[in-house]
Design a binder for this molecule. Sequence first.
Ligand SMILES: *Cc1c(COP(=O)(O)O)cnc(C)c1O
Length: 469
Amino acid sequence: MWVMSMPPEQKNGLLRQLPAVDQVMRWPEMACLLEEHPRGVVVDGVRNILGRLREAILNGEPGGAHREEVVRQVTDAVRPNLRPVINATGVVLHTNLGRAVLCRRAQEAVARASSGFTNLEFNLVAGKRGQRHALVEELLCRLTGAEAALVVNNNAAAVLLALSTLAAGREVIVSRGQLVEIGGSFRIPDVMRQSGAFLVEVGSTNKTHRRDYREAVNERTALLLHVHMSNYRIIGFAQEVPVAELVTLGREYNLPVVSDLGSGSLVDLSRFGLPYEPTVQEMVTAGADVITFSGDKLLGGPQAGLVVGRRDYIERMRKHPLARAVRIDKLNLGALEATLREYLDPEAALEEIPILRMLLRPIEELKAMAGELAARVSEALGEQADVWVEEGISQVGGGAMPTAVPLSALVFMEYRDLGVNEVIRRLRLNEPPVIARAEKHALALDVRTIGMQEIPAVVEALQTVVRGD
Ligand SMILES: *Cc1c(COP(=O)(O)O)cnc(C)c1O
């Protein structure tokens, strides 16, 4: 074994003991890595690690780098950057963790669409070029009751495309209470500027009346925009003008009404005790001319921006030069189609679509799972940690249902010799990474977002944490 634990004055000796790149490459442990990764990648990894170790020695940094450690570091270095993590936060639509988990059929659709050629833009019946949107348009119309549909890269792109197409160089009227900011620098005023449209704010932060819109209409007005307050609420002395009323007003002045619905749920989850969110179908019924929403929020599909509404407006958006720049790719389109198909049977969708299933998991099930996890962790860790189960609150996340308080069961842990922040850090650096939070100075694992099949990996991670790096 090659050990590095001598005093700093023997730097040269230590440097001489560092193995050469070729030597490491001949270690049997490298053979596994070479099966999975190109030789050049592994060699680069080894070279980087050895370089780092050399530097550490030159800086006189203490630390023993065993052969085992070198192998671990090389393994880490060649690992893909994007990789699975275990979400123990209870945030179902965690934007940092990739938002919606796809349903099984969507996963299969991605595999199918990626492993061979597809009819992405080829109309098999006519034998000529087709449109990618056509693959989901009928489905979207059937599910929402809309006349036409279009799909782009994400909802931010859908809003930008709608405004650019229908309002560039003209005015768009929006309530002051709806000037939304979504994480990641999507702000309605900024998107408006980018589209070339001019924002006309009406009303006040808490109250906007129909007459406010009416007074702002003039010959430069292009449309009335309604933005769903997806990630915040204004409560108390508050009022906004419902989309149906905006539509009446719009018809009077011959102005389209665009509704940015944000999340865009296709099923009303309020019958399960979750807060009421307007569904896409309701927006269509209310008469909105163009409705935009996300594919990977409450819909539970891939990243996508869905647009449904009146055929003439959708057609203009389709032909706008930006449409090409923000078009959806075939993998997401495949996943979207598969997800939408689940909604043809809405009851089945509640079971099949992972984020809906997670949101609707009964508390008894969550408690049973937390109990199971706690028992296994107690057994594995013995005296090294206190483990207990308590009720807690999950979050919907993804800027959806900000007032929801879904009751969950949390496994709490306090390690004897480790602070909670250090535990959280080590769990994050584990393989697979486990993402958890601190609550009441203890580690809190919300089982809502953990899969049954992930329990062994979570237990192992919680054990590994004690051993440290
Ligand atoms: C989330 C959201 C967006 C952006 O949607 P993405 O699909 O994340 O691009 C736009 N508008 C509203 C109201 C939203 O909630």
